[in-house]
Design a protein around this ligand. Structure first.
Ligand SMILES: [Zn+2]
Length: 276
């Protein structure tokens, strides 16, 4: 009993000393403190197709893509995985450091394998691909499942859903009956994820809206179906407190090079309207 009496006051005193000393441990480096104070401001750069020449409006030439990667590296930007940004929003991870940038590519075009992959390896940047499985190993312009598995092995690529066959939800809603439309949306969201998970053995819980089309009902549906984040093509940086089912992305075209690209990354880009 007397031993207990002696120990308890000491433990109590010790716990006070420890509590008082905790703030000195939490302080960490000044760089971390600066990151915590700065508001989140991350551009998500969206690509589609790559190639030696501009074959269409969505193609970015290999030299222009390389100039982007070089610009980011030379100017102190760090390309972070999309998951890292989403985890911060979900309160599952730390805030991305200032000068963080995310790179994604939609549609699973074969030029991702042919032209993007070598540069991704060279510059060691993480990339998230939003895929619609109906074309994989099916359409000549798309990658095959084997190519995607090869990309997975490099460790640089993450895969997410872009619905099952890239429907235009606006048009579908008009031409289908309501029950038909709702059934179709449900299929697009679920079948895409199931196929990607089965073929690639990865977790699918993010969605890129086809043509950037979404509304409140679609966002609620995506959430209900198990997606934790979805992405639009609203051209601005991702900031604090974003709505997770319509995170913004910059859809890049080949003219986005040099000073234009510099302005996009810095958040001073001239607004442009993309109509589908
Ligand atoms: Zn698309």
């Amino acid at each position: 009993m007397s031993l207990m009496k002696n120990i308890f006051p000491r433990l109590w005193l010790l716990s006070i000393i420890m509590a008082l000393s905790i703030p000195t441990y939490v302080g960490e480096s000044s760089a971390d403190t600066a990151a915590n104070l700065a508001d989140l401001n991350v551009p998500i750069l969206l690509y589609h197709r790559f190639g030696p020449t501009v074959a269409d409006g969505m193609t970015i030439t290999t030299p222009v893509f390389e100039s982007h990667l070089k610009y980011l590296r030379d100017n102190g930007y760090k390309v972070i995985p999309l998951r890292q940004l989403v985890d911060y929003y979900l309160k599952k991870g730390p805030k991305p450091l200032p000068k963080s940038v995310v790179i994604v590519a939609d549609d699973g075009h074969e030029s991702v394998y042919t032209y993007m992959l070598p540069l991704v390896r060279q510059y060691c940047v993480p990339v998230t691909l939003f895929l619609y499985p109906s074309v994989i190993s099916n359409a000549s312009y798309a990658m095959t499942w084997d190519q995607l598995r090869e990309l997975k092995k490099t460790g640089f690529f993450n895969f997410q859903s872009h619905t099952y066959w890239h429907p235009n939800f606006k048009k579908d809603e008009k031409r289908m009956s309501r029950p038909e439309y709702e059934k179709s949306v449900d299929m697009q969201l679920k079948k895409s994820r199931a196929r990607l998970e089965k073929e690639l053995g990865v977790r699918i819980d993010m969605l890129a809206w086809p043509f950037g089309i979404y509304n409140d009902w679609l966002m609620a549906k995506a959430k209900e179906t198990g997606y934790v984040a979805a992405f639009s093509i609203e051209a601005r940086h991702a900031a604090e407190g974003e709505a997770l089912m319509k995170l913004p992305r910059y859809l890049l075209v080949n003219a986005d090079k040099g000073r234009v690209f510099d302005k996009i990354v810095q958040g001073n880009a001239v607004k442009r309207n993309l109509v589908f």
